[in-house]
Design a binder for this molecule. Structure first.
Ligand code: PXG
Length: 459
Protein backbone atom coordinates (compact mmCIF):
# COMPACT_ATOMS: atom_id res chain seq x y z
CA UNK A 1 0.00 0.00 0.00
CA UNK A 2 1.48 3.33 -1.04
CA UNK A 3 1.52 6.22 1.40
CA UNK A 4 -1.01 8.92 0.52
CA UNK A 5 0.81 11.78 -1.19
CA UNK A 6 -0.04 15.45 -1.10
CA UNK A 7 -0.07 17.37 -4.37
CA UNK A 8 -1.02 21.02 -3.87
CA UNK A 9 -3.10 20.26 -0.82
CA UNK A 10 -4.82 17.26 -2.33
CA UNK A 11 -4.22 13.82 -0.86
CA UNK A 12 -4.14 10.87 -3.21
CA UNK A 13 -4.14 7.21 -2.38
CA UNK A 14 -2.41 5.89 -5.46
CA UNK A 15 -3.14 2.23 -4.97
CA UNK A 16 -6.86 2.68 -4.49
CA UNK A 17 -7.10 4.98 -7.53
CA UNK A 18 -5.24 2.36 -9.54
CA UNK A 19 -7.54 -0.37 -8.31
CA UNK A 20 -10.68 1.60 -9.22
CA UNK A 21 -9.19 2.44 -12.59
CA UNK A 22 -8.25 -1.14 -13.42
CA UNK A 23 -11.66 -2.45 -12.46
CA UNK A 24 -13.82 0.09 -14.25
CA UNK A 25 -11.93 2.20 -16.76
CA UNK A 26 -11.18 0.77 -20.18
CA UNK A 27 -8.29 2.73 -21.66
CA UNK A 28 -7.98 3.81 -25.29
CA UNK A 29 -5.49 1.91 -27.46
CA UNK A 30 -4.59 -0.38 -24.57
CA UNK A 31 -4.62 -4.06 -23.72
CA UNK A 32 -6.38 -4.00 -20.38
CA UNK A 33 -4.81 -7.29 -19.28
CA UNK A 34 -1.36 -5.82 -19.87
CA UNK A 35 -2.30 -2.92 -17.59
CA UNK A 36 -3.52 -5.41 -14.99
CA UNK A 37 -0.29 -7.41 -15.18
CA UNK A 38 1.71 -4.21 -14.67
CA UNK A 39 -0.32 -3.32 -11.57
CA UNK A 40 -2.13 -0.38 -13.16
CA UNK A 41 -1.25 2.92 -14.75
CA UNK A 42 0.43 6.09 -13.57
CA UNK A 43 -1.91 8.61 -11.95
CA UNK A 44 -1.37 12.14 -13.21
CA UNK A 45 -2.67 14.81 -10.88
CA UNK A 46 -1.41 18.28 -11.73
CA UNK A 47 0.16 20.40 -14.46
CA UNK A 48 2.02 23.71 -14.54
CA UNK A 49 3.85 25.16 -17.54
CA UNK A 50 5.60 22.23 -19.26
CA UNK A 51 5.47 20.04 -16.15
CA UNK A 52 3.16 17.33 -14.85
CA UNK A 53 3.07 15.75 -11.41
CA UNK A 54 1.85 12.29 -10.53
CA UNK A 55 0.01 11.12 -7.44
CA UNK A 56 3.30 10.23 -5.76
CA UNK A 57 4.69 13.73 -6.22
CA UNK A 58 7.07 12.83 -9.07
CA UNK A 59 7.57 15.55 -11.68
CA UNK A 60 7.62 14.92 -15.44
CA UNK A 61 8.62 17.28 -18.24
CA UNK A 62 5.79 16.75 -20.72
CA UNK A 63 7.67 16.23 -23.98
CA UNK A 64 4.39 15.27 -25.66
CA UNK A 65 2.35 18.32 -24.60
CA UNK A 66 -0.43 16.05 -23.36
CA UNK A 67 -1.27 14.35 -26.64
CA UNK A 68 0.14 16.95 -29.06
CA UNK A 69 -2.27 19.53 -27.67
CA UNK A 70 -1.16 21.57 -24.64
CA UNK A 71 0.08 24.43 -26.81
CA UNK A 72 0.04 27.25 -24.25
CA UNK A 73 1.15 25.05 -21.34
CA UNK A 74 -0.61 23.81 -18.23
CA UNK A 75 -2.07 25.92 -15.46
CA UNK A 76 -3.29 28.97 -17.40
CA UNK A 77 -5.57 30.89 -15.06
CA UNK A 78 -7.00 32.95 -17.95
CA UNK A 79 -8.56 29.81 -19.41
CA UNK A 80 -9.92 28.73 -16.05
CA UNK A 81 -11.50 32.15 -15.61
CA UNK A 82 -12.92 32.21 -19.15
CA UNK A 83 -14.54 28.83 -18.51
CA UNK A 84 -15.90 29.86 -15.09
CA UNK A 85 -17.36 33.12 -16.45
CA UNK A 86 -19.09 31.31 -19.29
CA UNK A 87 -20.33 28.50 -17.02
CA UNK A 88 -22.00 31.06 -14.78
CA UNK A 89 -23.50 33.03 -17.65
CA UNK A 90 -24.64 30.16 -19.87
CA UNK A 91 -23.17 26.67 -19.49
CA UNK A 92 -24.89 25.25 -22.55
CA UNK A 93 -27.10 26.07 -25.42
CA UNK A 94 -27.30 24.45 -28.82
CA UNK A 95 -26.75 26.01 -32.21
CA UNK A 96 -29.21 23.82 -34.14
CA UNK A 97 -32.52 25.63 -34.37
CA UNK A 98 -31.90 29.23 -35.33
CA UNK A 99 -29.91 30.21 -32.24
CA UNK A 100 -26.29 30.98 -31.48
CA UNK A 101 -24.25 32.24 -28.53
CA UNK A 102 -21.95 35.25 -28.49
CA UNK A 103 -18.85 33.11 -27.96
CA UNK A 104 -19.66 30.64 -30.76
CA UNK A 105 -19.98 33.57 -33.17
CA UNK A 106 -16.89 35.38 -31.86
CA UNK A 107 -14.75 32.26 -31.98
CA UNK A 108 -15.81 31.55 -35.56
CA UNK A 109 -14.66 35.05 -36.55
CA UNK A 110 -11.42 34.62 -34.60
CA UNK A 111 -10.64 31.30 -36.33
CA UNK A 112 -11.46 32.93 -39.68
CA UNK A 113 -8.98 35.73 -38.89
CA UNK A 114 -6.04 33.33 -38.65
CA UNK A 115 -6.96 30.50 -41.02
CA UNK A 116 -4.89 29.83 -44.15
CA UNK A 117 -5.99 30.44 -47.72
CA UNK A 118 -8.79 32.83 -46.71
CA UNK A 119 -10.88 30.02 -45.20
CA UNK A 120 -13.54 31.77 -43.16
CA UNK A 121 -16.50 29.44 -42.48
CA UNK A 122 -16.57 27.19 -39.42
CA UNK A 123 -18.46 24.04 -38.50
CA UNK A 124 -17.96 23.00 -34.88
CA UNK A 125 -17.47 19.49 -33.52
CA UNK A 126 -15.91 18.19 -30.31
CA UNK A 127 -12.92 16.17 -31.44
CA UNK A 128 -10.62 15.73 -34.39
CA UNK A 129 -12.42 12.49 -35.23
CA UNK A 130 -15.81 14.18 -35.38
CA UNK A 131 -14.40 17.06 -37.42
CA UNK A 132 -13.01 14.63 -39.98
CA UNK A 133 -16.35 12.81 -40.10
CA UNK A 134 -17.85 16.23 -40.77
CA UNK A 135 -15.30 16.77 -43.54
CA UNK A 136 -16.30 13.54 -45.27
CA UNK A 137 -19.86 14.81 -45.24
CA UNK A 138 -18.90 18.32 -46.39
CA UNK A 139 -16.88 16.97 -49.31
CA UNK A 140 -19.54 14.50 -50.44
CA UNK A 141 -22.37 17.01 -50.00
CA UNK A 142 -20.39 19.54 -52.03
CA UNK A 143 -20.24 17.18 -55.00
CA UNK A 144 -23.83 16.00 -54.54
CA UNK A 145 -25.07 19.58 -54.67
CA UNK A 146 -23.11 20.06 -57.87
CA UNK A 147 -24.94 17.08 -59.36
CA UNK A 148 -21.94 14.74 -59.05
CA UNK A 149 -22.91 12.31 -56.24
CA UNK A 150 -20.61 9.66 -57.68
CA UNK A 151 -17.68 11.78 -56.52
CA UNK A 152 -17.59 10.21 -53.07
CA UNK A 153 -14.20 8.53 -52.70
CA UNK A 154 -11.73 9.99 -50.23
CA UNK A 155 -8.03 9.43 -50.79
CA UNK A 156 -5.94 9.22 -47.64
CA UNK A 157 -2.43 7.90 -46.99
CA UNK A 158 -0.60 5.18 -45.14
CA UNK A 159 0.65 6.28 -41.71
CA UNK A 160 -2.03 8.98 -41.57
CA UNK A 161 -3.90 9.54 -38.33
CA UNK A 162 -7.28 11.21 -38.79
CA UNK A 163 -9.16 9.83 -35.80
CA UNK A 164 -10.73 6.66 -34.47
CA UNK A 165 -14.45 6.95 -35.14
CA UNK A 166 -15.71 4.59 -37.83
CA UNK A 167 -15.49 7.33 -40.49
CA UNK A 168 -12.31 9.12 -39.45
CA UNK A 169 -10.75 5.80 -38.39
CA UNK A 170 -11.29 4.65 -41.96
CA UNK A 171 -9.29 7.65 -43.15
CA UNK A 172 -6.55 6.73 -40.69
CA UNK A 173 -3.89 4.74 -42.49
CA UNK A 174 -2.86 2.12 -39.92
CA UNK A 175 -3.81 -1.49 -40.63
CA UNK A 176 -4.25 -2.29 -36.96
CA UNK A 177 -7.06 0.26 -36.79
CA UNK A 178 -8.87 -1.57 -39.57
CA UNK A 179 -9.00 -4.86 -37.72
CA UNK A 180 -12.76 -4.99 -37.22
CA UNK A 181 -15.50 -5.75 -39.70
CA UNK A 182 -16.73 -2.82 -41.75
CA UNK A 183 -13.62 -0.66 -41.33
CA UNK A 184 -12.47 0.98 -43.47
CA UNK A 185 -15.83 2.10 -44.80
CA UNK A 186 -16.41 1.88 -48.55
CA UNK A 187 -14.86 4.44 -50.87
CA UNK A 188 -11.83 5.27 -48.75
CA UNK A 189 -8.46 4.51 -50.36
CA UNK A 190 -4.93 4.83 -49.05
CA UNK A 191 -1.85 5.78 -51.04
CA UNK A 192 1.73 5.64 -49.74
CA UNK A 193 3.07 8.77 -48.05
CA UNK A 194 6.75 9.64 -48.22
CA UNK A 195 8.75 8.04 -45.40
CA UNK A 196 12.28 8.15 -46.74
CA UNK A 197 14.04 6.61 -43.74
CA UNK A 198 12.01 3.40 -43.85
CA UNK A 199 10.62 3.14 -47.37
CA UNK A 200 13.18 5.08 -49.39
CA UNK A 201 16.24 2.87 -48.99
CA UNK A 202 18.20 2.95 -52.23
CA UNK A 203 16.50 6.17 -53.32
CA UNK A 204 17.49 9.80 -52.92
CA UNK A 205 14.98 11.97 -51.07
CA UNK A 206 13.95 13.48 -54.42
CA UNK A 207 13.42 10.06 -55.98
CA UNK A 208 11.39 8.95 -52.99
CA UNK A 209 9.22 12.08 -53.19
CA UNK A 210 8.56 11.48 -56.90
CA UNK A 211 7.77 7.83 -56.15
CA UNK A 212 5.20 8.80 -53.49
CA UNK A 213 3.56 11.34 -55.81
CA UNK A 214 3.38 8.74 -58.59
CA UNK A 215 1.70 6.28 -56.21
CA UNK A 216 -0.82 8.95 -55.21
CA UNK A 217 -1.72 9.70 -58.80
CA UNK A 218 -1.86 5.98 -59.56
CA UNK A 219 -4.35 5.48 -56.71
CA UNK A 220 -6.55 8.29 -58.03
CA UNK A 221 -6.45 6.87 -61.55
CA UNK A 222 -7.26 3.41 -60.22
CA UNK A 223 -10.35 4.73 -58.38
CA UNK A 224 -11.21 6.98 -61.32
CA UNK A 225 -10.81 10.73 -60.78
CA UNK A 226 -14.48 11.21 -61.66
CA UNK A 227 -15.30 9.22 -58.48
CA UNK A 228 -13.01 11.12 -56.10
CA UNK A 229 -14.39 13.77 -53.75
CA UNK A 230 -11.31 14.73 -51.77
CA UNK A 231 -7.75 14.04 -50.73
CA UNK A 232 -6.95 14.36 -47.02
CA UNK A 233 -3.48 14.71 -45.51
CA UNK A 234 -1.69 16.12 -42.48
CA UNK A 235 0.92 18.71 -43.49
CA UNK A 236 3.30 16.71 -41.27
CA UNK A 237 2.11 13.21 -40.34
CA UNK A 238 2.17 13.37 -36.56
CA UNK A 239 1.07 10.11 -34.93
CA UNK A 240 2.58 8.30 -37.91
CA UNK A 241 6.00 9.33 -36.59
CA UNK A 242 6.45 13.05 -37.41
CA UNK A 243 6.95 12.31 -41.09
CA UNK A 244 7.95 15.66 -42.54
CA UNK A 245 7.23 16.07 -46.26
CA UNK A 246 10.23 16.19 -48.59
CA UNK A 247 10.73 19.46 -50.49
CA UNK A 248 8.23 19.77 -53.34
CA UNK A 249 5.92 17.04 -52.06
CA UNK A 250 2.98 19.28 -51.19
CA UNK A 251 3.34 21.25 -54.41
CA UNK A 252 3.11 17.93 -56.21
CA UNK A 253 0.02 16.89 -54.23
CA UNK A 254 -1.66 20.19 -55.05
CA UNK A 255 -0.91 19.85 -58.73
CA UNK A 256 -2.46 16.39 -58.74
CA UNK A 257 -5.56 17.60 -56.86
CA UNK A 258 -5.98 20.50 -59.28
CA UNK A 259 -5.41 18.30 -62.32
CA UNK A 260 -8.30 16.05 -61.31
CA UNK A 261 -10.45 18.71 -59.63
CA UNK A 262 -10.24 17.02 -56.23
CA UNK A 263 -10.92 18.90 -52.97
CA UNK A 264 -7.87 19.22 -50.73
CA UNK A 265 -8.40 18.71 -47.00
CA UNK A 266 -5.50 19.48 -44.68
CA UNK A 267 -5.78 17.85 -41.30
CA UNK A 268 -4.27 20.51 -39.03
CA UNK A 269 -5.26 18.81 -35.77
CA UNK A 270 -1.62 18.55 -34.69
CA UNK A 271 0.03 21.09 -37.02
CA UNK A 272 -2.44 23.89 -36.29
CA UNK A 273 -2.10 26.70 -33.76
CA UNK A 274 1.63 27.17 -33.96
CA UNK A 275 3.11 23.69 -33.78
CA UNK A 276 5.10 24.05 -37.03
CA UNK A 277 6.18 27.65 -36.39
CA UNK A 278 3.31 29.28 -38.27
CA UNK A 279 -0.35 29.31 -37.36
CA UNK A 280 -0.98 26.33 -39.64
CA UNK A 281 1.12 23.68 -41.31
CA UNK A 282 -0.56 24.70 -44.57
CA UNK A 283 1.32 27.99 -44.31
CA UNK A 284 4.62 26.33 -43.47
CA UNK A 285 4.37 24.17 -46.60
CA UNK A 286 2.57 26.69 -48.89
CA UNK A 287 -0.54 24.54 -49.21
CA UNK A 288 -3.85 26.05 -50.32
CA UNK A 289 -6.46 23.74 -48.80
CA UNK A 290 -10.21 23.84 -49.42
CA UNK A 291 -10.97 22.55 -45.92
CA UNK A 292 -8.87 22.24 -42.77
CA UNK A 293 -9.48 20.14 -39.67
CA UNK A 294 -8.61 21.73 -36.33
CA UNK A 295 -8.90 20.39 -32.76
CA UNK A 296 -6.27 19.85 -30.01
CA UNK A 297 -4.40 23.22 -30.04
CA UNK A 298 -7.63 25.12 -30.75
CA UNK A 299 -8.29 25.02 -26.99
CA UNK A 300 -4.79 23.82 -26.01
CA UNK A 301 -6.62 20.67 -24.94
CA UNK A 302 -8.31 22.41 -22.00
CA UNK A 303 -11.77 21.44 -23.25
CA UNK A 304 -12.91 19.30 -26.17
CA UNK A 305 -13.67 21.40 -29.24
CA UNK A 306 -12.85 21.09 -32.93
CA UNK A 307 -13.67 22.89 -36.13
CA UNK A 308 -13.86 22.17 -39.82
CA UNK A 309 -12.85 25.36 -41.57
CA UNK A 310 -13.67 25.94 -45.22
CA UNK A 311 -14.01 28.84 -47.61
CA UNK A 312 -14.63 30.12 -51.12
CA UNK A 313 -15.16 27.07 -53.24
CA UNK A 314 -16.94 24.89 -50.66
CA UNK A 315 -18.79 27.81 -49.02
CA UNK A 316 -20.16 28.99 -52.34
CA UNK A 317 -21.97 25.68 -52.71
CA UNK A 318 -22.80 24.75 -49.11
CA UNK A 319 -23.44 28.11 -47.42
CA UNK A 320 -24.12 30.70 -50.07
CA UNK A 321 -26.82 28.70 -51.79
CA UNK A 322 -30.08 27.31 -50.35
CA UNK A 323 -30.02 23.78 -48.91
CA UNK A 324 -29.41 22.34 -45.47
CA UNK A 325 -26.76 19.99 -44.15
CA UNK A 326 -28.32 17.40 -41.86
CA UNK A 327 -25.40 17.06 -39.52
CA UNK A 328 -24.35 18.29 -36.08
CA UNK A 329 -23.54 17.31 -32.52
CA UNK A 330 -25.32 18.26 -29.28
CA UNK A 331 -22.22 20.14 -28.20
CA UNK A 332 -21.32 21.73 -31.58
CA UNK A 333 -20.09 25.21 -30.65
CA UNK A 334 -20.37 24.47 -26.91
CA UNK A 335 -20.19 27.91 -25.25
CA UNK A 336 -17.76 26.96 -22.48
CA UNK A 337 -15.37 25.21 -24.86
CA UNK A 338 -15.72 28.13 -27.28
CA UNK A 339 -14.92 30.65 -24.53
CA UNK A 340 -11.80 28.69 -23.63
CA UNK A 341 -10.71 28.38 -27.27
CA UNK A 342 -11.25 32.11 -27.80
CA UNK A 343 -9.07 32.97 -24.82
CA UNK A 344 -6.48 30.42 -25.96
CA UNK A 345 -6.17 32.07 -29.38
CA UNK A 346 -5.97 35.50 -27.78
CA UNK A 347 -3.10 34.30 -25.58
CA UNK A 348 -1.29 32.80 -28.58
CA UNK A 349 -1.62 36.19 -30.30
CA UNK A 350 -0.90 38.42 -27.28
CA UNK A 351 2.21 36.52 -26.23
CA UNK A 352 3.40 36.07 -29.82
CA UNK A 353 3.80 32.37 -29.08
CA UNK A 354 3.52 31.26 -32.71
CA UNK A 355 6.18 33.76 -33.83
CA UNK A 356 8.48 32.56 -31.05
CA UNK A 357 8.12 28.96 -32.23
CA UNK A 358 8.89 29.96 -35.82
CA UNK A 359 11.75 32.30 -35.16
CA UNK A 360 13.44 31.15 -32.01
CA UNK A 361 12.41 28.18 -29.94
CA UNK A 362 11.47 25.84 -32.80
CA UNK A 363 14.83 26.21 -34.58
CA UNK A 364 16.59 25.83 -31.20
CA UNK A 365 14.68 22.61 -30.44
CA UNK A 366 15.42 21.17 -33.88
CA UNK A 367 19.11 22.07 -33.68
CA UNK A 368 19.57 20.64 -30.20
CA UNK A 369 17.83 17.38 -31.12
CA UNK A 370 19.98 17.06 -34.25
CA UNK A 371 23.06 16.99 -32.03
CA UNK A 372 21.89 13.47 -31.14
CA UNK A 373 22.81 12.34 -34.67
CA UNK A 374 26.29 11.61 -33.31
CA UNK A 375 24.77 9.02 -30.99
CA UNK A 376 25.28 5.39 -32.10
CA UNK A 377 21.55 4.62 -31.79
CA UNK A 378 20.18 7.67 -33.64
CA UNK A 379 19.70 7.35 -37.39
CA UNK A 380 17.62 10.38 -38.26
CA UNK A 381 16.06 13.38 -36.55
CA UNK A 382 12.96 14.75 -38.33
CA UNK A 383 10.79 17.67 -37.45
CA UNK A 384 9.75 21.25 -37.78
CA UNK A 385 8.88 23.86 -35.17
CA UNK A 386 8.10 22.05 -31.94
CA UNK A 387 7.34 18.61 -33.32
CA UNK A 388 10.06 16.06 -33.87
CA UNK A 389 10.95 12.39 -34.13
CA UNK A 390 14.22 10.76 -33.17
CA UNK A 391 14.55 7.62 -35.28
CA UNK A 392 16.46 4.87 -33.49
CA UNK A 393 18.55 2.31 -35.34
CA UNK A 394 21.24 -0.27 -34.83
CA UNK A 395 22.27 0.05 -38.48
CA UNK A 396 22.85 3.65 -39.52
CA UNK A 397 24.06 2.71 -43.00
CA UNK A 398 21.62 0.00 -44.06
CA UNK A 399 18.67 1.31 -42.01
CA UNK A 400 17.39 -2.21 -41.32
CA UNK A 401 14.42 -1.98 -38.97
CA UNK A 402 14.92 -3.12 -35.39
CA UNK A 403 13.50 -6.57 -34.52
CA UNK A 404 10.98 -6.77 -33.05
CA UNK A 405 9.78 -3.41 -34.29
CA UNK A 406 9.41 -0.79 -31.58
CA UNK A 407 11.24 -2.86 -28.95
CA UNK A 408 14.12 -0.41 -28.47
CA UNK A 409 11.97 2.72 -28.75
CA UNK A 410 9.51 1.31 -26.21
CA UNK A 411 12.32 0.50 -23.77
CA UNK A 412 13.79 4.00 -24.11
CA UNK A 413 10.34 5.51 -23.77
CA UNK A 414 9.73 3.54 -20.58
CA UNK A 415 13.04 4.68 -19.12
CA UNK A 416 12.24 8.29 -20.03
CA UNK A 417 8.84 7.96 -18.35
CA UNK A 418 10.55 6.57 -15.25
CA UNK A 419 13.10 9.37 -15.23
CA UNK A 420 10.78 12.34 -15.61
CA UNK A 421 10.25 12.82 -19.34
CA UNK A 422 7.16 11.96 -21.39
CA UNK A 423 7.62 10.88 -24.99
CA UNK A 424 5.90 8.33 -27.22
CA UNK A 425 7.33 5.40 -29.13
CA UNK A 426 6.15 5.20 -32.74
CA UNK A 427 7.66 2.11 -34.33
CA UNK A 428 11.41 2.70 -33.90
CA UNK A 429 11.18 6.41 -33.21
CA UNK A 430 10.53 8.61 -30.21
CA UNK A 431 8.24 11.54 -30.89
CA UNK A 432 8.11 14.92 -29.18
CA UNK A 433 5.60 17.74 -29.19
CA UNK A 434 6.23 19.86 -26.09
CA UNK A 435 4.12 22.84 -25.04
CA UNK A 436 4.95 25.83 -27.27
CA UNK A 437 5.98 27.81 -24.18
CA UNK A 438 8.93 25.53 -23.43
CA UNK A 439 12.15 27.40 -22.55
CA UNK A 440 15.69 26.79 -23.83
CA UNK A 441 16.73 25.46 -20.41
CA UNK A 442 13.87 23.00 -20.47
CA UNK A 443 14.85 21.88 -23.98
CA UNK A 444 18.45 21.44 -22.81
CA UNK A 445 17.22 19.25 -19.96
CA UNK A 446 15.03 17.21 -22.32
CA UNK A 447 17.86 16.55 -24.78
CA UNK A 448 20.29 15.62 -22.00
CA UNK A 449 17.81 13.27 -20.36
CA UNK A 450 17.16 11.61 -23.71
CA UNK A 451 20.87 11.22 -24.44
CA UNK A 452 21.59 9.80 -20.98
CA UNK A 453 18.73 7.34 -21.39
CA UNK A 454 19.84 6.32 -24.89
CA UNK A 455 23.32 5.63 -23.46
CA UNK A 456 21.81 2.87 -21.32
CA UNK A 457 21.02 0.88 -24.48
CA UNK A 458 24.33 1.13 -26.33
CA UNK A 459 26.16 -2.14 -26.94
N1 PXG B 1 -6.27 14.21 -36.86
C1 PXG B 1 -5.01 14.19 -36.43
C2 PXG B 1 -3.91 14.69 -37.31
C3 PXG B 1 -4.72 13.71 -35.15
O1 PXG B 1 -3.45 13.67 -34.72
C4 PXG B 1 -7.08 13.32 -34.84
C5 PXG B 1 -7.29 13.79 -36.11
C6 PXG B 1 -8.26 12.85 -34.05
O2 PXG B 1 -8.53 13.71 -33.01
P1 PXG B 1 -9.35 13.21 -31.71
O3 PXG B 1 -9.61 14.49 -30.99
O4 PXG B 1 -10.60 12.59 -32.19
O5 PXG B 1 -8.47 12.24 -30.98
C7 PXG B 1 -5.79 13.28 -34.33
C8 PXG B 1 -5.54 12.76 -32.94
C9 PXG B 1 -0.95 9.35 -30.70
C10 PXG B 1 -2.34 9.91 -30.77
O6 PXG B 1 -0.83 8.27 -30.13
C11 PXG B 1 -2.62 10.94 -31.65
C12 PXG B 1 -3.93 11.41 -31.72
C13 PXG B 1 -4.92 10.87 -30.89
C14 PXG B 1 -4.60 9.83 -30.02
C15 PXG B 1 -3.31 9.34 -29.96
O7 PXG B 1 0.00 9.96 -31.18
N2 PXG B 1 -4.22 12.38 -32.64
Amino acid sequence: MNEPITSKGQVYDTSSIRALDLSHHMHPFADQQELVSEGGVRVITRGEGVYLWDSEGERLLDGMGGLWCINIGYGRKELVEAAARQMEELPYYNTFFKTTTPVAAELAAEIASISPNGLDRIFYSNSGSEANDTNIRLARLYWTRLGRPERKAIISRHNAYHGSSIGSGSLTGFDDMHDIAGVPIADVHHAPAPFWWRDGRGQTVEEHCAWALDRLEETILHVGPENVAAFIGEPVQGAGGVLTPPPGYWQGVQEICRRYDILLICDEVICGFGRTGQWFGSQTYAIEPDIITTAKGLSSGYLPISASVFGGRVASVLMDKPGRMNHGYTCSGHPVAAAVALENIRILKRERIVERVGEEIGPYFQARLRELLDHPLVGEVRGVGLMAAVELTRDKEGRTPIEPVSSLATSVRNLCFKTGLTTRAVRDSLVFSPPLVISKDEIDWLVKRLRDNLNQFVG
